[in-house]
Design a protein around this ligand. Sequence first.
Ligand SMILES: Nc1ncnc2c1ncn2[C@@H]1O[C@H](COP(=O)(O)OP(=O)(O)OP(=O)(O)O)[C@@H](O)[C@H]1O
Length: 713
Amino acid sequence: MASNGYRNGILKGSVKVEKLSPSSNPKPSSIKSKTTSTQVSSVRRSSPASLGGVGSGVKGDSGVPGRVRVAVRLRPRNAEEQVADADFADCVELQPELKRLKLRKNNWDSDTYEFDEVLTEFASQKRVYEVVAKPVVESVLDGYNGTVMAYGQTGTGKTFTLGRLGEEDTAARGIMVRSMEDILADICPETDSISVSYLQLYMETIQDLLDPTNDNIPIVEDPKTGDVSVPGATLVEIRNQHSFVELLRLGEAHRFAANTKLNTESSRSHAILMVHVKRCVKGSEAALSIENGNGSHMSKNFRPPLVRKGKLVVVDLAGSERIDKSGSEGHTLEEAKSINLSLSALGKCINALAENSPHVPVRDSKLTRLLRDSFGGTARTSLIVTIGPSPRHRGETTSTIMFGQRAMKVENMVKIKEEFDYKSLSRRLDIQLDKLIAEHERQQKAFQDELERITIEAQNHISEVERNYAEALENEQSRYQKDYKESIKKLEEQWMLNQQKLNSDRARVEVKQEPLDMGLAVAELQKSLQNEINLRKAAEEEVNSLKSQLVQWRRSEAVGNAEVLKLRKLLEDEEHQKEKLEEEIAGLRSQLLQLSFEADETRRSLDRGGSGKILTGLDSLMSQVRNSQIKDSGNGQKAPIVNLFEQVGLQKILSLLESEDSDVRIHAVKVVANLAAEVLVMMTSIFVTILICRSKPRKDCTSWWSYVVVDAS
Ligand SMILES: Nc1ncnc2c1ncn2[C@@H]1O[C@H](COP(=O)(O)OP(=O)(O)OP(=O)(O)O)[C@@H](O)[C@H]1O
């Protein structure tokens, strides 16, 4: 062992020393993914110096490396040492700022050891808590397992460091009390819970410090996870600091202790305080955890709350002692042997872990079985080794320091303890079920009440209706009975009157019955006869009237027939006349055509200059016209049509055309047609004459022209 070297086997300058400080504690926000943890886990235990230590925890199934943190604390000289070692220097020299401890071998030589924290005899309890335990406590609050353990020679201050209650002097409060203070300050009482069990391992038996009758508690190891638990231990829920301190006091009272040469209050057992912290993961943190885990398929209503279960284990080991120095004998000697045996087993495990040995003799003692998770397990572990200053105990101090040094090489796989709280879900569902059942019962009761109310109302209503109906029926019956009685009474009265009248009529009829019957029969017959006569008369009159009407009708028929024959004759005449007129019109038209033809011939002749021929034709035409005139004037009469026109006038003829009488209209048409023919003839004559006069004026032309003019007018 080189005097200037580090006795923990690590070369100077090659160790990256992590500070045991609150800031090094991992926060859930650093939990990223399984990939990260897998990558890191591949270097497990391979290079402790390169690992991140307590502050690098990341969530994952396999966890992340977290080296056991080790601090050394020096107890001040006690009264005995101040006297006995007055002339001697302490066996150790501390360099807290360098986190180094020098162990003097002699006056001129020393070995130097480096720790995660070096706490001098002046270090306050508060400082010790903050550098040793607080990071672990914070990890526990985040859902990790954590171990704070004190190891050291008897009487060096393990119980002082961990278990002081600080009732007289609060500054003296140890790690247990301060841890609980921090835990209580951090949790949410509504959703989180803390429960505590306090045990001692004495002579290889686990006893319940909170219930001394409960001894020889078995250790249970989960074959799957390797988790160690002592389910037989009393578990007390902690709600406040006071109850916890009382609990510690109770436990301390039950702890085995002995008065040895080295410690008047020497603990003869290993005390193990287990603080279970169950925290409900909330909000986005829970959602993130569920997303990363396997709870995403669960329905929100039936999704159990996600909880993180951290367990803080504070171990106050019994002190290792040299029997010759402690003076233990008898039962105390047996205790000492047992203590040393278990501490030796712990040391072997630490050695094996520190050396990455494939076999770790965990099962050699109950202490190692209990601390399985704390060394080489999943917990964050912080070890404080306590030493005394006396050079007389240099060997024990060296042993303690070496234990601490080896422990620093132990690396755990820190793993968050997060799980679904099915019990809580079950409780919650039970509560919901109870509520639903209560609500259902309440609704059912309300329904029943309502039903009863409606039934009663309906029954009342029915009763009222029945009552009203009965009353109405009764009234009606009495009214009818009354009317019936009155009617009967009236009928009886009427019958009485009729009876009286009948009687009186009978009496009268009996007196005048015979003469009355004859007279009536004769009068009746006479009346019938008269009626028959009257009816016969009326019938005869009717027949006569019909006969005269028949004669009248026959006469009218004969007149009508004669009229019809007459009209037919007239119609035939008219048709005959019409045919004649049509023949005349046809003749006139042919004449007109002839005249037109001749006029055309005449014009052509004139155009060719053949006046002689023209004259001949003209003379012929003129003679025709003149003959016509002469012929007309010869009989002293104009044509009948012209005469008719002169006699009747144009307006009259036109009005006759619109007459309703068909004969009149036919005559009017004839007149107009003949007139048109005559006018046409006359106009043609005039036209011819004009042509003649224009071509060659003659003497007789003037006279003829005047005739035409006179005739035309
Ligand atoms: N840092 C310290 N400052 C002052 N006094 C101390 C300190 N450490 C321990 N002591 C005192 O030393 C004595 C022994 O301490 P303690 O009982 O805690 O030792 P221990 O390691 O628990 O012993 P054991 O293993 O025998 O139980 C006690 O009287 C305690 O008050």
